[in-house]
Design a protein. Structure first.
Length: 313
C-alpha cells in the first residue's frame, strides 16, 4: 500500500495517518505495537493512572516494535506532578494531551523537544490549544466513545468549523472506522484519523471476548450518551442493562460506576462497569488483526478518493 505523505505522517514518522486512541488499560503494548508495526501510530495510555505499569508497557513497546509510537497524558486522571518528566524520560517523541487545560503541559513538553497535539471537543477549546502552542489538534466529535464534553457536537459539524479557523494539522476522532470515513474526514480538513472502538475490537486488543462480541452485535443505536448534566464527565457507552438504568436515573457519581472496570474489561462481566464505546460499534461486525484493519482502511481510502476524482472531476 502506498504510504501517505502529509504534515502528520512527516511529524510522526509513520506510513499511514491512522492513530490508535489511548483507551485506559487497553492502549498498551500488545495493541499499540501491532498498530505501529502495521504503519499507523500506536499510543500508550496513562488514564489508568498506573504509571509504573505504563512505564513497563513503554519498555515492552521497544521490544515489540522499532516503529514510532506516542503517549497520551489524560490530565483529568493523571495527578502525578512529574508526568512530564516521566514521559520525557521514556524517550517518547509524540504526546497527545487531553481532558484538561492545554497550557498545563504543552510548554514543558515542547521545551523537551516533543511534538504535542491536544484533544478538543469545541472551537473554543481548539483556539485555546493553539494559543498554548500545540503542534496540532485531535478534534473529537460526540459520536466517539469514552469521556466527552457534555455539550457534544458531531464531527461533521465540528471538524470543518475548526479547520476554517486554524492552520495546524488535525486528527479526526469520532466515527472513524473505515476508508470511507477517513476520506470524509480528509475532505472536511483532517490529515489523519484516530480510531478507538475499531481498535477495542481488534484481535490484539486485550479486552475480554464478551466486550468484542458486544461491539460486533451492536446496532448503530446501541450506544448511550450518559451524565450530560453531571456531576463529573459525560460519556458515551454501549447499551447494557446498567447503562440503560443510568440513562433514566443518572448516577450521583459517574466515576463510581467505573469501579468494576477491570472485571468488565478483562473478566467479561458487561454489567460490572460502563463499557465505553462509540456509535461506530454499529458498523463493526468482525474481529480483525490491527494490520488487516489498517490495510483495508487504506485500500478503501485510496479507492474512494480515486472514484470521487474519476466521477466528479
Amino acid at each position: 500500500m502506498k504510504p501517505i505523505k502529509n504534515r502528520i505522517t512527516e511529524l510522526l514518522g509513520v506510513e499511514y495517518p491512522i492513530i490508535q486512541a489511548p483507551m485506559g488499560w487497553i492502549a498498551r503494548a500488545q495493541l499499540a505495537s501491532a498498530v505501529s508495526n502495521a504503519g499507523g501510530l500506536g499510543i500508550i495510555e496513562t488514564s489508568s493512572g498506573q504509571l509504573e505499569e505504563v512505564r513497563a508497557e513503554i519498555i515492552k513497546m521497544r521490544e515489540l516494535t522499532d516503529k514510532p509510537f506516542g503517549v497520551n497524558i489524560a490530565q483529568a486522571f493523571v495527578r502525578d506532578p512529574g508526568i512530564v518528566d516521566f514521559v520525557v524520560d521514556q524517550g517518547v517523541k509524540f504526546v497527545t494531551t487531553s481532558a484538561g487545560d492545554p497550557n498545563k503541559y504543552c510548554g514543558p513538553l515542547k521545551a523537551a523537544g516533543l511534538t504535542v497535539f491536544h484533544v478538543v471537543p469545541t472551537l473554543a477549546g481548539a483556539l485555546k490549544a493553539i494559543e498554548a502552542g500545540v503542534d496540532g489538534l485531535v478534534v473529537e466529535g460526540g459520536e466517539g466513545g469514552g469521556f466527552k464534553n457534555p455539550k457534544d457536537v458531531a464531527l461533521m459539524v465540528l471538524l470543518p468549523l475548526i479547520r476554517s479557523k486554524v492552520d495546524v494539522p488535525i486528527v479526526a476522532a469520532g466515527g472513524m472506522v473505515c476508508g470511507r470515513t477517513m476520506a470524509a474526514a480528509f475532505a472536511l480538513g483532517a490529515e489523519a484519523v484516530q480510531m478507538g472502538t475499531r481498535m477495542v475490537s481488534a484481535a490484539e486488543s486485550p479486552v475480554h471476548q464478551n466486550w468484542k462480541d458486544a461491539i460486533i452485535n451492536a446496532k448503530e443505536t446501541d450506544t448511550l450518551f450518559l451524565n450530560r448534566h453531571g456531576p463529573g464527565p459525560a460519556l458515551r457507552a454501549l447499551r447494557t442493562d446498567r447503562t440503560e438504568k443510568l440513562d433514566v436515573t443518572p448516577s450521583e457519581n459517574i466515576m463510581g460506576e467505573m469501579r468494576g472496570v477491570l472485571d468488565l474489561y478483562f473478566g467479561g462481566d458487561m454489567e460490572a462497569a460502563i463499557a465505553l464505546s462509540g456509535q461506530v460499534a454499529g458498523r463493526i461486525d468482525t474481529v480483525k488483526p490491527a494490520k488487516q484493519i489498517i490495510d483495508e482502511v487504506m485500500e478503501e481510502f485510496h479507492d474512494v478518493m480515486n472514484n470521487m476524482r474519476n466521477d466528479y472531476l
